[in-house]
Design a protein around this ligand. Sequence first.
Ligand SMILES: Cc1cc2nc3c(=O)[nH]c(=O)nc-3n(C[C@H](O)[C@H](O)[C@H](O)COP(=O)(O)OP(=O)(O)OC[C@H]3O[C@@H](n4cnc5c(N)ncnc54)[C@H](O)[C@@H]3O)c2cc1C
Length: 430
Amino acid sequence: MEHFETKLTVIGTGMTGMAATLFAANRGIDTVLVGSTSEIMFASGFIDLLGVHPIHERKSWKNPWQGIAEVRRDIPNHPYARMDETDIRTAFDQALSFLKDAGLPYLRRNEQNCRAVTSLGTLKSTYCIPHTMWAGVEALEEKSPCLLVDFRGLKGFSARQIAAVLQHEWPNLRTVRISFPEMEHMEEVYTEALARNLSMEHNRVKLAEVIRPHVKGSVYVGLPAILGISSSYEVACDISDKIGAKVFEIPTMPPSVPGLRLKEAFEEQFPLRGVRPFFQKQVLNVHNGPGGEFKLDIGGDTTEFGVKTDGIIMASGRFLGGGLRADRHQIRETIFGLPVTQPSDRRLWHRRSFLDSRGHPVNRCGLEIDDEFRPLDKSGHPAYPNLFAAGSVLAHQDWMRMKCGSGLAIATAYKAVKAYSQMNERPVGP
Ligand SMILES: Cc1cc2nc3c(=O)[nH]c(=O)nc-3n(C[C@H](O)[C@H](O)[C@H](O)COP(=O)(O)OP(=O)(O)OC[C@H]3O[C@@H](n4cnc5c(N)ncnc54)[C@H](O)[C@@H]3O)c2cc1C
């Protein structure tokens, strides 16, 4: 069995773990990253900061920073209330700068959420938008003539449905269904395969030839999110030039190509930045040594590697990611057995109506933390001096209803790394 030593280990390869690893690398901290399948592959690609608060009023915020100020006042234990706005802004600046350098540029209006079209034809208010989707935001604002395209055999994405849902908001929409070039014979086509196909220029020529005759005066053309993987912005620009209209992507149902792009951007860049990643591996056991250090058993089903680490950031997610598990009686934290804030009785996890405007208490369960983002033990003290937690595993947030999923991940990851750094390292970065 191979053994490694490191300063910091990040557990989790979802948006939180990826962001924490990035921030640690930016500070020059020697970092190991470990985790397997996460929610990142299911995400739309949008990065929400804050959309809704309070959820029972469904009050949506045009300016997410004003919304966060209200959250701070109304929910003092919400993770956003435990950190400065400056830290949240720095976290976003660093994350977006990384993504731009990794060939995945995002756009935003600094003080405003934008509205973007979803695969259901609904409009979503979000903060950061992949550059490949940005023309759709402008087209919607201008109500410009626009052609929506879908593909025979692509399940869960119907241009006609999107246009029907949006007909009052955006009457200038036309639709067309085409066969994807050289896949005409296939009963079903998949977004990832289409995206990889369009990474090659000669395939883009063929697709443009099929779409061009349908453009007929449309200024914009909306396509499902399939415009390449690693150089999606260049692919979108190239197809725009070839068909003579501004092309934009609309997110598809999960698993999504924009999620895959995020995952691959992080995975490709980390080894170049000195991170030692253990992708598709789990932390199987944790031992806490006499000097406060941790020893981790890492592997698939059985231990393959041992890692000795000074500190840990838990970015282990909720039920889907595996950081929390529910049995018939209670919700447990799976790695350290930390106490989980939760309703006193299982019958109180959910309200009677699935669509109850207040949301369900189970969605706010999670770990309590101190001001340094260290999870607390039963006595209310930090469970370990050098254990930190971030992201959706934290209590007192309902990211899905508040529309703050990736924003919460990025912001809290930054705060946890900063706290670790202040306690352990001489800071070399902001
Ligand atoms: C369908 C869907 C759509 C979404 N859409 C949006 C959107 O439009 N906008 C937005 O901002 N956000 C969106 N999100 C939310 C966002 O992408 C993140 O999922 C969310 O912020 C939670 O991320 P996380 O990293 O905290 O947890 P997760 O993504 O669940 O990651 C947890 C990680 O911890 C790892 N882990 C757990 N236990 C162990 C262990 N013992 N050892 C090693 N690793 C372990 C898992 O393998 C996983 O890698 C969406 C999410 C979903 C599911």
